[in-house]
Every structure is written in structure tokens, then in C-alpha cells.
Design a protein around this ligand. Sequence first.
Ligand SMILES: [Zn+2]
Length: 326
Amino acid sequence: MNDASDGSARQVAIGIDLGGHGLKAVLVDQTAQVLVERVQPLTKEERSQSEVEKHIAELVATLRDQHSGTDMVPVGVGIPGFLEGEAGLLRSSPNFPGWENLPVGERLSELLGHSVTVENDANCALLGESWAGAAAGRENVLLVTLGTGVGTAALVRGQLLSGARGLSPEGGHIPLYAGGRRCGCGLRGCLEAYASGPGLLTTAEEAWFEEGRSEPLDAKSALDVFAAETAAGGPEAEHWASRAIERYCLDLAQGIASMVHLLAPDMILLAGGMSGAFSRIGPPIQTALKKRCVPAFCEPQLTVARAALGDFSGAVGAARLALQSD
Ligand SMILES: [Zn+2]
């Protein structure tokens, strides 16, 4: 169904985004049109390398079946963690313990029988958004993914920023509080320990116990914190959930302000699961950023926006890379 009848075959690629809670996969054509999308949830127990590889192989097989042309559909995979892009070597991944010094590009290529393009997941999300989403036409963008962890990617004068050995900027691990909370990366006080979904949950527990309670907080995820605020009638200064969300926004803005002064973006794009609460967190972050950035960096307008491709920014960006490398 995907081959044009005039003989000019439609080029397609498969993009897969590996996240702490699941895999998102898309079949995309060269115009960025998403032809098929799939989500494969992952439990904590399924984050082992073998389980994830099994799911990737199944997703690729399913998406290939949707494409009536050759089965040599190029594949790109967004990988969370400290990836040396040039060698396709994953040094470590805070949300996938045990994935260390893994030649992930090589392994996936062997698994699928042809070359697989791998890239840092936040970079993939920004490539997806700049191809077909909220960053289209923009040249100076900082993308921050807010989910199980905090990822960052930056376009500076239209170029995707990377450094030594193809490492990508990891703004989630800039130090926010000296000696603060333990982060999944092994350090203390990182932005990620405060601005991720689990980070908001910890902040909510702190706000809960500050009210003198002894019973544990009955919230299992960041979503529960937003739901508790809504159930209480919306933002209310005296409510634990609102205090937690406000602190969350200030912490995130503090971290983003550091990156703004380094990279001079004119757009901050929030992506990942927590960006679903953009209408609640976007305005306070915008206000806090204005107070934390020198005018030259936030005027005339430093826009804070939500990624437009929803949960699929990373998968679309991974497919874009695969198309480009094919
Ligand atoms: Zn960290």
C-alpha cells in the first residue's frame, strides 16, 4: 500500500523510541507522515537488555508487515542514556540499570539483520519536532524531555549540539542542589532528581509530610499529584499538591535558566510524559524563567512551548535519521 503506482516508491523508515515505561514505534514516510504507530509498555522487570531487544525485534517485524515493499526498511532507535554517538556505544543509562558499555548500535544491527541508526533519545525528539512539529523552521531550540528521567537536546544555529565522541548535552545532570537527592546517574542533586516524574512525586511527599501527617502519601506517580490538585479544586497555595507542583516548576526553571545562558535558545520545548500537564506547568515555568534569565537571553521573547508530536516526537526523529542514513 505504500508504493506509489507511478513507480516512484515511497521511502519509509521505522523509528523506535525507548523509554522507561515503554517503546513507541512508528512507520514514517519521507514527508514525515506517520503511517502506523505502536506502543509497547515495559514493566520495570522488562528493562533488561534481552527483553528490550525482543520487543524491538517484534515491533520492527510488525511494522515491516505494514509495508508491502522490501523488508529492508531502515530502522532508527532513540536510546536513553549516555550514548557515544560516533561509535554507537551506550556508556550507561540511569533508567536501564545494567546497560553499561554496550555497543548498542552493533547489537541492534545484528539483531535485525541490517544497519540500525542509534541516537540519544532527546536528540531524536528534537529532530522529530524540527522535522514535523513545534520546532519546524526554528534554528535555536532547547528541548527538555520530562518523563522517567530528564533529557535535553539543543539546536544551535540549526545544528544539533554534540561534543566529544558524539556525546549529547545532558542537562538533566547539571547540579541543582549540592548534596541533594541521589540521582539515577549516581551523582547527587541533579536536575533530573527534581524535574522528572519521580522527582515530582518525591517533592509531593515532602510537601505532604510538611503538613504534619504521619500516614504515607497515597500517590504512585506524577499524574496522581496533578489529579490530587484537580480534585482539590485546582491550584491552591495551601494544598500540598499545589505547593509541590509550584516547587517543581521553580526547580525546572532554575535548571533551564542555566542552559539558556549557555545556549541562547529562543524556544524551550517541553516534551515527554510530563508535558501532558503543559497547561498547568508551562505558565509558571515561563514566569520563573523571566526572573532567572538576564534580559538579553529572554527578550523579546523566550517561548516555552509543548512538543507537538506528543509521545511520538522521539520515534519520528529516529525514523528521520534512519531515512537520512539509508
Ligand atoms: Zn544525575
